[in-house]
Every structure is written in C-alpha cells, then in structure tokens.
Design a protein around this ligand. Structure first.
Ligand code: ADP
Length: 754
C-alpha cells in the first residue's frame, strides 16, 4: 500500500490520516491505501484476509457493487453490518482522484454508550451470573460501592463481607438482595432502598437498587442478572430529616392542642376559622356570628358571653375559661384569651384569640399537688423519726459516762459528748471541727510524739476495722496525760461508704490507781510475809540455844536438889521443867512451820496410799492404845514433796483421833476424788466438831479452841497444814458443826499419769 499523502496531496493526506473514522482509497491501479484507523481495524483480522472480511458477506457484496458505481462516477452510501459489533456501519463510497474513496462511519455500540451514560449519571451497574457472582461492573459501581472493580469482580451476593441494612436498621442478608431475588424468581425487582457500608469513607450510604434478570429464552429461568443502583444518600438523609421534623412539628401541634382564631372588632366570629373547625367540627354556617357559643358547654355559656362582651366593650383583653366541645362530642376544659390588634390610629382592627387545652395543665397541677402532699407527709414522717432519733442519741450521748467522739474520714471531730469534754478539759465547741489527734492524742505517755500512722484511731479511719485499746493516754487541756482505754468503731453513710469513726473513751485513772495500790499491797504483804517467816525461823532457831541451856540447868537442879529443898521448891522445879518442855515443843513447831517451803524441793509423784500408810504408822501408838480406828480409800497419786505431805496427813488424822467425842470411839476416814487437775483429799472424823465461827481461825498459828488440860497441843498443826497445802498450790477448808464431827478437805495437784 502507498502512503496516502502521496496519492491525495499533502493536506488532504494529513486530514485523512488524522480522521478517527477508517478511510480507504482504491487507486486507479487497483491498489488499496488506508488511514491509521482503517489500518487498526484491519490489523485485528487474521493476516492474509482482505478488508472484505470486516463485513458480513452481503454487506461486502453491496460494497463491491458501490465501488463499481463509484468507478462509474457515482457516489453511494451503503449501510453495512460489521463483524463482531452490534452497531451498524455506514460506508460512503465516492469517486476520488481517479480512484474510489471509502469512508466508514461506525455507530457506537449501544451497550457501550449506555454504560458510558450510566457512568455520567453516576448510576452503578453490575452483571451477575446465576450463582450471583459479579461478572462485570461499570465505571461508577466501584465508586458507589467503595470497592475496586478488582475487589468486586468474582464476589457473590452471599459474601459475608457485604454489610447491608434496611432503612429501619435491620440487617439486609445477602440472600434477600434484589439480585438474588431476581435470579430466584425471574422477576424484575425495582427500587429497593438499601443501606451499605462504604469502606473508604467509613459511612453508611443509601442505594436505590433495581435488579433485572435476563431469562433463558422461553423460560422463567435467569441466566444473568443486571443490577442498577443509584446513590441516594443525600436525598435519603434529607427525606429522613424532613420526616423527622414533620413528625416533630405534628406532635408539637398535637401536644399543644391550641386553637387560634380571629374575630371582628365588634365581636363577630367570621369564617374561615380552620383551627376552630378542626377542633369543634362546626361548619362555618354553624359557628358564624354567635354560633360558636353552641360549642361551649351550656353551663359555661353565660360567663363566656359576659367576659367576651366586656372585652369587646372595654377593648381590654379577653380571658375566660370554659369547656369546649370537641368534634367527637367530649368537652375539654379550655382557657380562652384574646387581644385586640389596633391599627396605626389606635382603632381596633381585629381580635386575635387563642384557646388552650387546660386538661394537661390541670392533670399536671393535680399531680403536682398530690406529689407535694406526699412529699410533705414523707418529710414530716422523716422529721419525726429523725427528731426521735436525735433526741435519743443526744440523750445517750449526754448521759453516757464514757467520752464519745465522732470523727470524719480526715480525723476532724464532728461531735463530742459532755463526758468527753469534761474528761479532757475542753468545751464541746472547742473540740468540734478540730483534729482530734492534734488536739488530744499528739504524744505517747512517755512523751514521744504520736505519729499519725501508728495511731489506732487513724488506722481505723483508713481500713474500717474496729479497734480496742486497753491502755493509752489522751492529753488534757491543762497539759497532763489522762490514762484512757478506748474502742474505735468505723461508721458508714447510707450508701455503705466509710464516713469516719466513733471513739468511746474511758478514763482509767481510777482503775490504774486501784491496780497500783493492789500491786503495792501485794508487794508489802509478800515482803512482810517473808520478814515474818525469816523472823520465825531465826527466832525459833536462836531461841533453841538459850532454851537448851535453861533446860540443862533445870535438869541439873532437879537431879541434884530434888527432895533436898522444901516441897514447894520441888513443885517450882517441876513447873520449870514442864515449861521448858512446852517451850521446846513450841519452838519445834514454829521451826517446822517456818521451814515449810524454805528449801527448793523437787516435787515427785506420791501415791496417796503410800502417804496413808506412813501416816498410819505415825499415829500407831494412839490407835494401839485403843484411841480409835482409821481407814482410807485413796486410789490417786499427787505431785508433791513426800515428807511434807506425810506431815500434813498425819496432823489431820491425829486431830481427828484427838478431838473425839466422849461417848463414842474415834473413827477417821480418808478418801480421795479426782477434780480436773487436782485430787481432793477428804479427812472425816466423828469427833466433837467445830462451831462455824471458828472455821477460818483454826488455821491461824497458835490458835486453839480448848485448854491444854482438855486436849494437848500447841495450835500449830492446822497452820502448818495450810502452809503445806498452799505450798503445793492447793486449798484447804473444812465442814463441821459442834458434835457433828469434822470434815477437812484439801486439794493437791494430780500426778501426771506414768
Ligand atoms: P492443836 O491440835 O495443836 O491444838 P491445831 O492447829 O491442830 O492445834 O488445831 C487448832 C484447834 O482446832 C484445835 O485446838 C482444836 O480446837 C481445833 N481442831 C483441830 N482439829 C479438830 C478436829 N478434828 N475436831 C475438832 N476440833 C479440831
């Protein structure tokens, strides 16, 4: 092929080359020359095929005829069908430069044009397969849906990534999407509103969707579905807003139930009165003139008329209340007001009136009155209860002998009773509002500063635990410490939150003083006891020596001069010897008493039976002389010092034998019982008994109830018994009455089982 410009001249050649339509020139020599657009079309054909392959067979035949006509000098236009396109083509075939020029004008593919149009209108389009997979999308769809063409292609309607909703907010499941419905039913689904989530803007957009199925010819079965959608978000939002404000407006109007009306200066009520008509249902003919009064409750008509006439006459504003009949026949309490509207000369131009429904106001007023009454009653009840409580607590606080403080969470005193104030020397007023710790609890008894964190009261404020402190001090206004014991109890407000603490303080000055005195007394007693024992021991020990000397010389005197002096001297000597013996025995006993417990002795297990056997041995002389009988049943063992215990039991048994009744032989019985940690030993006789008033005294040293001539003895036996029992940590007491025999009880620690 030759260059076109060579054939048609430089300018024409350039023009043809630039033409978007395909152009071909058949030279006189039978050679074809084509421009770029034509070359591009021909390039699509398989190599070796000529231009005729571009057209359908009959189009190619008609073109060939037209070429022949052009060669004969005639220009023709031929409509052709181009292979592979739906759009028809128009070829102009004209004689030119000795050859023939063919100009192909191709109409555009309608689908392509439609798609382009839709893009321009910003309408989205998708084509989906029977399983609802997206096969193609137009240019606007990705923008509307917020997904790229790549993301959209291949995705189906059931893909969980779609997020769609109905206008009322319900989810819009994939299976109910218009495209799926159209595929299922073979019917067109039109104008379905649908909210979709638009990922790039992260907003919900509103679409109006129409799905058109393409059916297999002659069936109801869809082979494809084309879905067209428009983004109607702006319109939708606007509509919703309008709906909302309209609704608001309507409810406002409904809620206010007001009627606005106007009247002539003379009080005439002219139509139209749309508000009045709507409310009362009266027609203009009914309410015109004074007919409106018919809608007022008969009982309220006179007062209404009176008020209206007065307003019209005095030109003052109109205010009245009456029941107005609503269209449904019920009467509604209304307040009617009207004002005169004047012109520039001050003359009344018209009346403008308004009726206001009072029922809501009345209801609200009644509810308010009821509420107030209820509130009043509750306040009164509560006040009474509070007053009672306050009176009671004030009484309690005032009467309490203990000091009572209330503290807030910061440790400030919120109340203090008179006892607290008295105890610490402040006025109640001075204490309230002051930091309790700083005022009265700032130092320890020894003068060290009392750190807040170690203060038990402060700790309770922190952790809400009750604390009891047995010994502490609080500081008196005059600077001295007051010994105190106190209890700190946390308090809570009505919501159960910690609200501080109550401290109940007891002045323990007296208690401490009494304890101190007791301690001193005990110390003194112990000391004097020790002194006494020491004295008794030393005295008896030291007395032995001179007594021994007196005894020896008395003995000597008696032996040498007995019978040589007069009888009286012999008697005196006898008295002396007797006194020395008695003295010796007294000293022996005293020494024995003083010795008890003087030496640290090891306590050992002592079976009572062993003791009894030894004691029986000691009193054997008395028993053998027919002085009585002794038996025992003592199966227990005690912890003690054997020689002291033998002395103890021997003393008690020999007393029982000694203080026998004249009329019966003495009988002594010893028994034992286990009493917890102790063994109780009981020594019972059938002797003369002891009057109750002497029961305590018989245990004192040198205490005797009889003269020596009646019963021998020094009055030391029971004193020694008591000392031995107490040395072992036990107790001794007796039960007896004159002539009833005596029962001595004593307790000794039980020996641990072996
Ligand atoms: P003594 O036996 O040396 O007189 P005690 O101290 O043993 O001294 O007893 C003090 C007094 O208690 C006795 O003098 C006696 O009056 C009275 N007494 C002691 N034991 C008995 C008893 N078993 N029955 C009656 N009286 C008793």
């Amino acid at each position: 092929m030759n260059d076109l410009s060579a054939a048609a001249g430089a300018d024409a050649g350039a023009l043809l080359a630039a033409l978007p339509d395909p152009v071909a020139w058949l030279g006189p020599d039978g050679a074809w020359t084509v421009n770029g657009a034509a070359a591009a079309r021909l390039d699509l054909l398989d190599a070796g095929q000529d231009w005729q392959a571009l057209f359908s067979d009959d189009s190619a035949a008609r073109l060939r005829r037209a070429v022949q006509d052009a060669q004969a000098g005639q220009t023709t236009r031929v409509t052709v069908k181009i292979v592979d396109t739906a759009a028809p083509g128009l070829v102009t075939v004209a004689p030119s430069g000795g050859g023939v020029l063919l100009h192909l004008h191709v109409a555009r593919d309608p689908l392509e044009v439609a798609l382009e149009l839709m893009d321009g209108l910003h309408l989205g389009l998708t084509v989906q397969s029977p399983d609802s997979r997206i096969l193609m999308v137009n240019g606007a769809a990705p923008d509307i849906l917020g997904l790229s063409a790549g993301q959209l292609t291949g995705r189906d309607s059931l893909d969980p990534r779609w997020q769609a909703i109905h206008p009322d907010g319900r989810p819009f499941p994939g299976d109910t999407h218009p495209s799926r419905v159209a595929l299922r039913t073979g019917q067109v689904v039109r104008d379905v509103p649908m909210g979709i989530f638009h990922p790039p803007s992260e907003t919900w957009r509103w679409l109006q969707v129409t799905a058109i199925p393409r059916l297999v010819a002659g069936t109801n079965e869809a082979k494809q579905v084309t879905t067209v959608f428009a983004d109607v978000t702006d319109r939708y939002v606007l509509q919703r807003e309008m709906q909302r404000s309209e609704q608001r407006f309507r409810s406002l109007v409904e809620a206010t139930s007001q009627i606005v009306w106007d009247a002539h200066p003379d009080g005439h009520f002219p139509p139209p009165q749309p508000g009045w008509e709507a409310f009362t249902g009266q027609t203009p003919g009914e309410y015109g003139g004074a007919g409106w009064l018919d809608a007022v409750h008969p009982d309220d008509r006179p007062s209404t008329l009176r008020d209206w006439r007065r307003a019209v006459q005095t030109e003052q504003h109109y205010l009245t209340e009456h029941r107005l009949r609503r269209a449904d026949g019920t009467y509604v309490p209304m307040q009617a007001r009207a004002v005169a509207v004047r012109d520039e000369n001050g003359a009344i131009r018209e009346w403008v009136g308004i009726h206001t429904d009072m029922s809501a106001v009345r209801d609200a007023q009644q509810a308010l009155i009821d509420l107030n009454a209820d509130l009043e009653r509750r306040v009164q009840e509560r006040t009474l209860a509070l007053a009672d409580l306050t009176r009671f607590s004030t009484l309690l606080l005032t009467a309490a002998g203990e000091g009572i403080f209330g503290l807030n969470p910061d440790g400030m005193t919120t109340f203090a009773n008179p006892a607290a104030a008295r105890m610490l020397g402040y006025s109640v007023e001075r204490m309230i509002g002051a930091s309790q710790h700083d005022l009265v609890h700032h130092h320890h008894a020894d003068g060290r500063p009392y750190e807040l964190r170690e203060c038990p009261i402060h700790q309770t404020l922190q952790d809400g635990q009750t604390r009891r402190v047995e010994q502490d001090v609080m500081w008196h206004a005059q600077g001295h410490a007051v010994p105190v014991a106190y209890v700190v109890t946390p308090t809570h407000d009505e919501n159960g939150q910690p609200s501080g603490a109550v401290v109940m303080v007891q002045d323990i000055t007296e208690r401490e003083r009494a304890q101190e005195q007791l301690r001193e007394l005990i110390e003194n007693l112990e000391r004097s006891n020790q002194d006494l024992e020491q004295f008794a021991y030393v005295a008896s020990h030291d007395l032995q020596e001179p007594l021994r000397t007196i005894g020896s010389y008395t003995e000597l005197l008696a032996r040498r001069y007995q019978g040589q002096l007069d009888p009286r001297a012999d008697q005196y000597l006898h008295y002396m010897q007797d006194a020395v013996m008695r003295m010796r025995s007294l000293i022996q006993d005293l020494l024995g008493f003083a010795r008890v417990g003087r030496h640290d002795t090891l306590l050992e297990r002592v079976p009572l039976d062993d003791l009894l056997r030894a004691a029986a041995q000691n009193v054997r002389g008395t028993l053998d002389d027919g002085g009585g009988t002794l038996d025992w049943r003592t199966p227990h063992a005690v912890l003690g010092q054997p020689s002291l215990l033998i002395q103890l039991i021997t003393n008690l048994i020999s007393n029982g034998l000694k203080f026998r009744a004249q009329d019966r032989p003495a009988h002594v019985q010893v028994t034992s019982h286990l009493e917890g940690e102790f063994v109780r030993v009981t020594v019972q006789d059938n002797g003369i008994g002891i009057a109750p008033e002497y029961h305590a005294r018989v245990f004192d040293i040198f205490q005797r109830l009889h003269r020596r001539e009646q019963y021998a003895g020094n009055g030391m036996g029971l004193a020694i018994c008591r000392k031995i029992v107490e040395f072992h940590g036990g107790r001794i007491w007796l039960e007896s009455a004159p002539a009833q025999g005596s029962t001595f009880h004593l307790t000794l620690p039980v020996a641990p089982s072996q």
